[in-house]
Design a protein around this ligand. Structure first.
Ligand code: SF4
Ligand code: SF4
Length: 355
């Protein structure tokens, strides 16, 4: 049974108290023993797309990063470039977006390195020999780090129902080509009755695979690579994933990518899940989404499966219902957690310790 530590938060607790609780979790879990003098420590985070307000804040994590630096390792904040059109598609725009959200050296005490390089070509194949992938593509600057801290903001998700530690590493340690192969089975379809020909999906499609024809959007299936950005973009519910079972495949592929991201770092990865400003969709959305729950707290663990299981359990407990299942009835988010356990990433049974 894995241990998960939780520090409960009041709704919208002030930054100073949030950072104190993060440090209390760091101490309670004994995370300082993970890091070795001189090694690089990749601190995986999502800086938040433009207009996003739910992302983890730089002022929350500065004291944690200072504590990590005292062990003698060299932490840096990191993420990889995105498939979809936005502010994080290449390293230059990505870094500018991080600074816009306050992630400067002054505010965090550490530099940022976009782990897959300027145009997402900096990656290596990591052998995993699983059902979907024999090997996965992992960004080199994550792969070459000796240890890792995974800071994940828990949210709902349009294709996986939910995202936290497993999803953060699955997509976040992968270059664009690695993200694309995880999404490859998604095939969106336009309901022409609902389409208003507004063109928003065209603006967001990274493959220019959509055009307006005869008063409605049409998707060129041979160009589409299944990133699902058009589904998120459409405000009229006119685009749906047309292939049943793809959420299952996507979630299993995600777990396999996470396995590749932590391979070789056994005992060298610490996870924090932030159950704060939880939203229906992830921090990739270019908008200030409302919360779907009051804030719950921050969790810490050495086990990505246990921490994700505890996160969904606490969300259910707080709200007296399974909000994620109500919001995304077609996506059984349990799949990613169950399959991650099956392939040896961790275990779903956990012991919760209050800090
Ligand atoms: S049409 Fe395909 S490639 Fe374009 S946004 Fe939609 S899912 Fe992505
Ligand atoms: S965003 Fe929706 S309504 Fe607008 S063109 Fe695309 S499918 Fe049609």
């Amino acid at each position: 049974m894995s241990k998960v530590w939780v520090a409960y938060l009041k709704d919208e607790e002030n930054a100073k108290d949030v950072s104190k609780k993060i440090l209390a979790l760091y101490d309670a879990a004994g995370f300082k023993n993970v890091f070795s003098k001189g090694e690089f420590t990749a601190v995986k985070i999502h800086f938040g797309e433009r207009n996003n307000i739910g992302h983890i804040k730089p002022e929350w994590i500065k004291p944690l990063l200072n504590a990590v630096k005292k062990t003698g390792c060299k932490p840096f904040l990191t993420d990889t470039n995105t498939l979809y059109k936005g502010q994080r598609q290449n390293s230059v725009d990505h870094l500018m977006q991080a600074y816009q959200h306050g992630f400067s050296i002054e505010n965090t005490g550490v530099p940022i390195i976009i782990a897959d390089g300027l145009l997402s070509k900096n990656f290596s194949e990591v052998e995993i020999n699983c059902r979907h992938f024999k090997s996965v593509k992992i960004a080199n600057d994550i792969l070459h780090s000796g240890s890792m801290i995974v800071l994940s903001h828990m949210t709902g998700h349009i294709t996986s129902g939910f995202g936290a530690a497993i999803k953060n590493l699955a997509m976040g340690a992968a270059p664009r080509s690695g993200k694309q192969v995880q999404h490859a089975d998604m095939k969106p379809k336009v309901n022409i009755e609902k389409c208003r020909a507004c063109g928003l999906c065209i603006q967001w499609c990274p493959r220019n695979a959509i055009e307006i024809y005869d008063g409605a959007a049409r998707i060129n299936a041979s160009e589409c690579y299944g990133c699902a950005e058009c589904i998120s973009a459409c405000r009229f519910g006119a685009i749906k994933n047309s292939f049943k079972g793809t959420s299952k495949t996507l979630q299993e592929k995600m777990a396999e990518y996470t396995l590749g991201a932590v391979k070789g770092k056994e005992g060298k990865v610490c996870y924090f899940n932030f159950l704060t400003h939880i939203t229906k969709e992830c921090d990739c959305l270019d908008e200030a989404q409302p919360k779907i729950s009051g804030d719950i707290g921050i969790l810490a663990s050495y086990d990505p499966v246990a921490i994700d299981q505890a996160s969904v359990d606490l969300l259910k407990e707080k709200n007296g219902e399974d909000i994620l299942r109500r919001l995304w009835p077609e996506n059984d988010y349990d799949i990613q957690i169950r399959y991650a356990e099956q392939i040896g990433l961790g275990e779903r049974k956990y012991q919760l310790n209050i800090v």
